[in-house]
Design a protein around this ligand. Structure first.
Ligand code: GLU
Length: 305
């Protein structure tokens, strides 16, 4: 049955043009949402590095492959007050502390024997007020969550029940910007998003985000972390891998319809978006990464179009 108040989303960071791997994730997010009667929303995650003109180029390319979205696009850079309010609420609940560690100190502590990979080990958690006052003179503090669990479990439509470590994640960076983890959790909830479809590089972040959401009293979301596109050496696809954006591929003689057909073909779906929607079933998505080889894939796509 259609769930009309529910929504899925695509949330790119406007750092440059989307490549075929990003477009594949966007197409999958759209297919998941539309095949379950959900609204589909776009959000620009522009708290960090932003390339001028990137948002317009991304919207142009999403439209070119046939995607549509509901409501206005929201931009995180315009929502700082919401994030700061949430941090204040957590602070009042005693769940926030100041952290003065440099990137290097965090990395050094995390590389100690037996440290969980990549986790913050709580170096600044137990500073006294006097120590904090002294450290504040040297550098501005970041704000971290005082996590009360070590791990958390989420349910993912493709990966099943998934547990990973929760550490004292950053809520506010020491340059004053709210963190990605905080913004994503608040925005998904505030936009009514209950289905998060995104690249599986973010799977290990889902439990800490879901835990943060639970502390903020937000409704839980369902996840589907989809496989990434890789280059022929098995690394995450990037611009340096050759013709990977719609404009590169257009210059090589492949229009957006042909690129969409190529991407949908890699998912075992017909190239027309409406036919793909009718045929879409999450259970049939290949779980292995999509290896994109511009030279080979251009040849096949040309011969199919
Ligand atoms: N903005 C993130 C990215 O472009 C995606 C975050 C998300 O989907 O939760 O990688």
């Amino acid at each position: 049955m259609p769930i009309s108040s529910a929504a899925g989303r695509f949330a790119p960071s406007p750092t440059g043009e989307l490549h075929v791997g990003n477009l594949r994730t966007a197409l999958l997010a759209w297919l998941f949402a539309r095949s379950t009667g959900r609204r589909f929303l776009l959000r620009m995650e522009d708290l960090d590095r932003v390339r001028s003109g990137a948002e317009a180029a991304q919207l142009r390319d999403l439209t070119a492959v046939g995607l549509d979205w509901d409501s206005d696009i929201i931009r995180q850079s315009e929502r700082t007050d919401i994030y700061l309010d949430a941090i204040n609420g957590l602070r009042r609940a005693g769940l926030v502390y100041e952290c003065f560690c440099t990137r290097r100190e965090v990395a050094e502590a995390a590389s100690a024997p037996h440290a969980p990979p990549g986790a913050y080990l709580g170096t600044c958690r137990h500073l006294t007020e006097e120590q904090r006052a002294r450290r504040r003179r040297d550098r501005p503090a970041a704000l971290r969550l005082r996590a009360e669990v070590r791990e958390f479990t989420v349910t993912d439509e493709l990966h099943g029940s998934y547990t990973s470590a929760v550490d004292d994640l950053v809520l506010l960076r020491n340059d004053g910007a709210p963190s990605y983890n905080l913004a994503v959790v608040l925005d998904d909830a505030l936009q009514g998003i209950d289905q998060v479809v995104r690249g599986d590089d973010l799977l290990s972040s889902a439990p800490r985000q879901a835990y943060l959401g639970s502390l903020l009293g937000l409704p839980p979301v369902g996840y589907a972390h989809v496989p990434l596109a890789l280059n022929t050496s098995g690394q995450r696809l990037a611009k340096r891998d050759g013709a990977v954006t719609l404009s590169d591929l257009a210059a090589a003689g492949l229009d957006a319809d042909a690129v969409r057909a190529q991407i949908l073909g890699s998912l075992g779906l017909p190239g027309d978006l409406h036919a793909a929607l009718a045929a879409f079933s999450p259970a049939r998505i290949p779980l292995e990464p999509w290896i994109f080889d511009p030279a080979r894939d251009l040849r096949t796509a040309r011969s199919n179009s």
